[in-house]
Write a protein that binds this ligand. Structure first.
Ligand code: ADP
Length: 358
């Protein structure tokens, strides 16, 4: 999986704690200008991977290279990395300037160098006018920028971020996502961003590495991870989707759902054949939804609720089998109403099919 343009090379690393396999055979190459998200559920091994890259912990097996140099055993402070954590813990009784200077003071850098670096990072993060304020005099977003500034002030060649936005409310988080991506592109150093939040991973990163159970489950450009999940885990974890079970019909080209009276064509190029039991995933925004009165094919549902989500409507549906499904659609002129009978279907190209239980 290696390619010559890689700046960080994680080569087949494993980390075990006794019998716990926190990471198992993970390889990952990261390019110099890349924003990569490490995405996975809680306990999947993300923080372990970040700690190994930072040098706060050593792998049981495997090597880590920065810019062609083996750093596997190198002390953290010699790796040229910056870090930003979820608990950003600004010192409340110190000004922004003092907070930003702190990592450099710890290293006994000369005063002039500290001042120059603080000015530099304040410029990048638009903190110039806030340098003499205390954290309590800042908005949440400004505090977050100071935390980011502390990670960047030593001019690292790599920034590691561990769920830095987890404590922010949704609106601020979305603003910060755009800002952080902008800073990464401007600085031109790799950012490695650990998160369990797929929205963050999708909005910020160039590529996403999906970690599940200590293993690298998928790696690819964000759009590809979203549109073409390679495993059922990725299909379920990235984006919001619904799962159906079905089996391939004798013609080998179409599928019948197990629980519903609905058939649809297999996507072209499908590897499945007659009799195969399959799991079908459809993203909630890829459903087609039509009034039953208009006729056609699909799963018959009743609209239970219609939730306004900005420019979208989220339809909460109940099937005649009592299952709840969600369909997200742009607002339209004649929205479907609660209690209406509808047909739910999808374009074969918009579903992801895996062998049942894979
Ligand atoms: P994540 O960051 O994705 O939530 P972690 O990397 O923290 O996951 O943990 C991965 C697995 O390793 C978990 O099962 C966790 O309990 C285990 N683990 C992490 N650190 C230790 C440790 N110091 N000792 C024992 N087990 C650990």
């Amino acid at each position: 999986m290696s390619h010559s343009g890689s700046y960080i090379r994680i080569d087949n690393i494993s980390r075990r704690y006794g019998s716990v396999r926190a990471l198992e055979g993970v390889s990952l190459d990261i390019a110099k200008h890349e924003f990569i998200a490490i995405l996975g559920p809680s306990g999947s091994g993300k923080s372990t991977l970040l700690r190994l890259i930072a040098g706060l912990d050593q792998p049981t097996e495997g090597r880590i290279h920065f810019d062609g140099k083996d750093v596997t055993e190198l002390a953290p402070h010699k790796r040229g990395i910056g870090m930003v954590f979820q608990e950003f813990l600004l010192f409340p009784h110190r000004t922004v300037r003092e907070n930003l200077a702190f990592p450099l003071r710890m290293r006994n850098e000369p005063r002039a160098a500290i001042e120059e670096r603080v000015e530099w990072v304040a410029g990048i993060l638009s903190l110039n006018t806030l340098l003499d304020r205390y954290p309590s005099q800042l908005s949440g977003g400004q505090q977050q920028r100071v935390a980011l500034g502390r990670g960047l002030v030593s001019r690292p060649t790599l920034l590691l971020l561990d769920e830095p936005l987890a404590n922010l409310d949704r609106e601020l988080r979305q603003e910060m996502e755009i800002e952080i991506r902008h800073y990464q592109k401007r600085l031109g150093i790799p950012f490695i961003y650990v998160t369990h939040n797929q929205e963050e991973a999708l909005s910020m990163s160039d590529r996403i590495a999906v970690i599940n159970n200590g293993r690298l489950e998928a790696l690819g450009e964000r759009q590809a991870i979203y549109d073409h999940p390679e495993t059922p885990f990725v299909a379920r974890f990235v984006g919001k989707s619904s799962k159906f079970q079905g089996s391939v019909l004798p013609d080998g080209k179409s599928v019948r759902l197990t629980r519903y009276d609905h058939e649809f064509a297999l996507p072209t190029g499908s590897i499945f054949k007659y009799g195969d039991a399959i799991d079908i995933f459809v993203k909630n925004e890829r459903f087609d939804l039509d009034r039953k009165a208009n006729g056609g094919a699909g799963i018959t549902c009743t609209v239970i609720d219609v939730v306004l989500r900005g420019p979208f409507l989220e339809y909460v549906l109940e099937t005649d089998r009592g299952d709840t499904l969600i369909a997200v659609k742009p607002k339209r002129n004649e929205p479907l109403l609660a209690r209406e009978r509808v047909l739910l279907s999808w374009n074969p190209a918009d579903c992801h099919i895996f062998r049942a239980g894979a």
